[in-house]
Design a protein around this ligand. Structure first.
Ligand SMILES: N[C@@H](CCC(=O)N[C@@H](CS)C(=O)NCC(=O)O)C(=O)O
Length: 292
């Protein structure tokens, strides 16, 4: 069954997944979602997770790129997203692209928008991000010099990793870590092109982006919901009712029965009014699991 990505073009974390789909050479359904809430179709599918991107395979829904890349690797193992010699180390590298490092890239990418006079579109964007993540435009503007400096320091570290002339961060083949860190530069290019922030990294970023996106086929949200409704989730069983929220966000929690939990993540089984039984998969990182 082909995967369906719920995403929007400007989303950096979605770009990471588009590159992963490209690396695996896949056909995939492409559902465009709004960049700000409300996202009623996505909510109908996930039960409340409204971040971008989300990957759907039938009635299995993967939230967060860590769960998404694990699902792609499990179902389409070749070519691998975790090539030797780094192997699983690529996952650690990718995690390092989140958190403070990602916020630094946001500073470079969205700094010019924060500094410009607001438009109706940018005002709606800041209102959404303030309500959901506490990111106030004024406070963000004050942080910009520090964020730009932090991003420059991060790029120096990446330059150090590639200093021996290796084509990719782990050696000869690209992996999850390359996709995650090149995505940061792809995003930062909205505010400052890669050649200006790091001419040294530009050829590596070009190599990673040349992987492309595979073969996306545009699809409507309603078709994706129908596909979930017509499929069975790959996990069944029973478990305690739990809620999942994301660290640092006021987004609605997802509620369901906890039917799988291991060192990588966990799965909730829920019955959606529009989709029937769906399995919603999360990684451990960045999620807060509460017993109800
Ligand atoms: N840790 C998450 C981060 C996802 C994330 O922060 N995505 C941004 C867009 S790139 C987001 O959800 N922004 C709010 C939105 O799109 O509604 C992942 O790896 O998927």
């Amino acid at each position: 069954m082909r995967p369906i990505l719920h995403h929007y073009a400007a989303s950096p974390w979605a770009e990471l997944v588009r590159l992963a789909l490209g690396l695996k050479g896949l056909d995939w359904g492409s559902v465009e979602v709004p960049a700000i809430c409300p996202k009623p179709e996505q909510e109908a599918l996930t039960g409340g997770y409204v971040r971008t991107p989300v990957l759907q395979i039938g009635a299995d829904v993967f939230c967060d790129t860590l769960a998404i890349l694990a699902a792609l690797e499990a179902r389409w193992p070749a070519p691998t997203l975790y090539p030797a010699p780094l192997g699983r180390g690529h996952r650690a590298l990718a995690i390092e692209a989140g958190g403070a490092t990602f916020l630094a890239a946001v500073g470079v990418a969205l700094g010019p928008m924060a500094e410009a006079d607001p438009t109706p579109e940018s005002a709606a964007f800041w209102a959404d991000r303030e309500r959901r993540f506490g990111l106030k435009r004024e406070a963000f503007r004050a942080m910009l010099p520090a964020l730009r400096q932090a991003f420059a320091a991060h790029l120096e570290r990446l330059e150090g990793m590639l200093a021996d002339g290796r084509p990719f961060l782990g050696g000869d083949a690209p992996g999850h870590g390359d996709l995650a860190h090149a995505m940061l530069l792809w995003f930062a290019a909205r505010g400052a092109p890669v050649e200006t922030v790091s001419p040294v990294l530009a050829p590596w970023v070009a190599r990673v982006l040349a992987i492309g996106h595979g073969r996306p086929q545009p699809m409507r949200g309603a078709e994706a919901l129908a596909e979930a409704r017509g499929s069975d989730p790959c996990v069944t069983g029973d478990g305690p009712v739990v809620r999942v929220r994301q660290d640092g966000s006021a987004d609605p929690p997802v509620e369901g029965r906890l039917v799988r939990e291991d060192e990588e993540g966990f799965t909730l089984l829920r019955d959606g009014a529009d989709v029937g039984p769906v399995a919603v998969h999360f990684p451990r990182e960045g999620q807060r699991l509460e017993r109800v």
